[in-house]
Design a protein around this ligand. Sequence first.
Ligand SMILES: CC(C)(COP(=O)(O)OP(=O)(O)OC[C@H]1O[C@@H](n2cnc3c(N)ncnc32)[C@H](O)[C@@H]1OP(=O)(O)O)[C@@H](O)C(=O)NCCC(=O)NCCS
Length: 163
Amino acid sequence: MNYAPTSSIPEAATHFAQLQNDEWGHLYPAATVDRSQFDLLNNRYDEWDITTLRLAWFACNEEGEPLGVAMLVGDGEVEPRDERDLEGPWFAGLVVDPAFRRQGVGAALLDFVTEQARLLGFQRLRLVTEHKTKFYEQRGWTIERIVTLNSVPNTVMFITLKS
Ligand SMILES: CC(C)(COP(=O)(O)OP(=O)(O)OC[C@H]1O[C@@H](n2cnc3c(N)ncnc32)[C@H](O)[C@@H]1OP(=O)(O)O)[C@@H](O)C(=O)NCCC(=O)NCCS
């Protein structure tokens, strides 16, 4: 598997932004395909301000074709009342193209992006998931609490990153 910043393959941004929006649009009423696409085209992080963190990578096959995407984001994953005591960074936006699922792409992206967070100096990473708690538990993540996103129950999980 190869990994590439999403901004380096701009022609894939619309497809993966659409997949992301199909998965999570019902949880984030303000979300749009354009907004997801903007984040995939504009990877950024000002180290003095975690709220600027929007980094994303594609996992690609040998031909350089993107198979899936995952992100590191600073905020915006939970609602404001929960954000006060659930600080980022967050692992977010993991979606594998349906044609390439159950081949290890999702797990590989999870490992890769977790390692990027560690290399950036973060000591803990969070995520929020509606249905995939077991997928993450099997890969070392711990349940932290239940929150609601647009009134839908979701699970916040965390992992401690070794320095
Ligand atoms: C969740 C998601 C990212 C997983 O991506 P994936 O590439 O299929 O993930 P993997 O292949 O690494 O693992 C998926 C399962 O396939 C299994 N698997 C991996 N390689 C396999 C293979 N060669 N043969 C059979 N099964 C395999 C894994 O063990 C895993 O099983 P588990 O669900 O019991 O843990 C993908 O289903 C997806 O995009 N879903 C929609 C968006 C979503 O739910 N994102 C996460 C929300 S927080």
